[in-house]
Design a protein around this ligand. Structure first.
Ligand code: RB5
Length: 156
């Protein structure tokens, strides 16, 4: 199940990506926005982020004008590693090295074809684990207050 969310600026963009994902056979849960009426991107970043953190949806997509505001908001939810990408390379590496669990795109930044390419690559890339897992664990420990910046730099 893929959770999807956007603000008003990316509403049409979200609808387009959603229809394309459904056509490809994905199950999609749409958290809104439901139209082009002005809303706050953070509301949707929090909603999608919480759905991912609860384990209801695994790889998720959020959109706003730039992808920046909604990714910052989603990243405030514990356990979220949201990335805003405008090209496929970073999207792929964000899965392989950073285990990103939310992809944000800017509807005013990337065109529909590039957006689909980025989403496709991000959805199919897998986290590589290994040395990358140690870093993800550190980020989680810091986020949960189990480690500070000083102890993070101590040799393992
Ligand atoms: C809305 O105008 C715009 O600020 C929003 O979509 C987003 O780009 C914020 O980061």
């Amino acid at each position: 199940m893929i959770a999807i969310g956007s603000d008003h600026a990316a509403f049409a963009f979200k609808e387009d990506i959603k229809a394309w994902l459904v056509e490809k056979g994905y199950q999609v849960r749409d958290f809104g926005a439901c139209g082009t009426e002005r809303v706050d991107y953070c509301d949707f970043g929090f909603l999608v982020g919480e759905a991912v953190a609860r384990g209801e949806c695994d790889k998720d997509l959020v959109f706003c004008g730039t992808g920046v505001g909604i990714s910052i908001s989603a990243n405030k939810v514990k356990g979220i590693r949201a990335v805003v990408c405008s090209e496929p390379y970073s999207a792929k590496l964000s899965r392989e090295h950073n285990d990103s669990n939310i992809l944000a795109l800017g509807a005013r930044v990337v065109g529909p074809e590039l957006a689909r390419m980025i989403v496709e690559i991000w959805l199919s890339a897998e986290f590589e684990g290994g040395r990358h897992l140690d870093r993800i664990k550190k980020i989680a420990a810091y986020e949960e207050g189990r480690m500070d910046s000083k102890s993070a730099r101590e040799p393992r």
